[in-house]
Design a protein around this ligand. Structure first.
Ligand code: HEC
Ligand code: HEC
Ligand code: HEC
Ligand code: HEC
Length: 187
């Protein structure tokens, strides 16, 4: 076909062709983005920068990585938002870590993690507090109401007491549960 005709809106087929080209580009773009975002959410991607940190080993040894049900909770399950807009925003914020990765001296060593763990953990905790630990609640849906009978008495009591408080006085999951996936430093 003639390329000029393709871009001439008055020609009979050109608008159709343009639409087809548009849809094809759109579809390719959509899948390329999905693939990129999907790749950037995998544990392997997270561990490509955090590879010398004991993070994943600790996760796999915790009840979130090793339980009788055979469920493995992934980095993204806890650390990335489920809402697509917030998800993209977080990705953009996380992309600043590329700069940190390139500029922080000795970042990808266990010694760096050990020395900076409290500070890093508290930054992560701030994110959980800011959204009332919504990722925890995404899986743990029966903590405050309609608790299963098998839940420990002490847990039911603590959870119910907390839920009875005014919403702005309530504690969030990570206020009471620290170190559920990684070692949380004391002090
Ligand atoms: C490009 C390298 C890189 C990748 C990929 C990466 N990180 Fe990081 N991450 C860093 C750096 C660098 C820091 C330290 C940032 C600082 O303190 O300035 C960090 C810090 C963190 C922190 C603690 C500080 C905070 O702001 O919460 C968490 C949690 C974290 N990363 C989780 C993840 C998860 C989950 C993934 C996968 C979705 C991931 N990271 C992928 C480089 C990376
Ligand atoms: C993808 C789903 C999922 C997410 C997200 C998740 N959990 Fe869990 N959680 C589980 C599973 C599965 C178990 C293991 C159940 C078992 O041991 O039988 C578990 C176990 C637990 C336990 C009991 C074991 C322990 O470590 O003491 C606590 C407490 C807990 N989760 C808190 C949290 C908190 C806090 C968050 C958010 C930071 C969170 N969970 C996020 C699925 C999830
Ligand atoms: C006021 C403090 C407090 C808050 C807030 C809280 N918990 Fe707990 N939770 C406890 C205590 C205390 C226990 C019992 C001791 C233990 O198992 O660690 C417990 C136990 C659990 C257990 C184990 C239940 C069992 O029977 O083994 C899970 C899972 C859990 N909490 C998840 C959560 C999640 C998810 C949130 C947020 C929606 C949350 N908790 C909020 C104090 C709290
Ligand atoms: C069950 C939820 C959960 C999973 C799964 C999880 N994290 Fe975390 N992560 C947390 C919480 C909560 C904190 C805040 C500190 C704490 O309580 O241990 C944290 C803290 C961190 C930190 C700050 C440094 C530190 O050790 O506290 C990094 C880095 C991090 N996570 C990366 C990851 C990576 C990479 C993965 C996947 C291999 C992952 N996390 C899986 C919940 C989780």
């Amino acid at each position: 076909m003639n390329w000029r005709a393709l871009f001439k809106p008055s020609a009979k087929y050109s608008i159709v062709s343009l639409l087809i080209v548009g849809v094809v580009i759109g579809v390719i773009g959509y899948f390329a983005t999905q693939q990129t975002l999907h790749f950037t959410s995998s544990d392997a991607f997270c561990m490509s920068c955090h590879s010398h940190h004991s993070i994943q080993k600790e996760l796999m040894a915790s009840p979130h990585g090793s339980n009788p049900q055979g469920i493995t909770v992934t980095c993204e399950d806890c650390h990335l938002p489920h809402n697509p807009i917030k998800y993209l925003m977080k990705k953009i914020v996380v992309s600043k870590d590329l700069y940190g990765f390139l500029t922080i001296d000795g970042f990808n060593t266990q010694a760096w993690l050990d020395a900076n763990r409290k500070e890093q953990a508290d930054k992560a905790l701030a994110d959980f507090r800011a959204n009332d630990s919504e990722n925890c609640q995404h899986c743990h849906t029966r903590i405050f109401e309609n608790q299963p009978e098998s839940m420990k008495k002490i847990a039911v009591t603590m959870h119910s007491m907390n839920f009875k408080k005014d919403p702005d006085k309530r504690k969030t999951c990570v206020d009471c549960h620290k170190g559920v996936a990684h070692f949380y430093p004391k002090g």
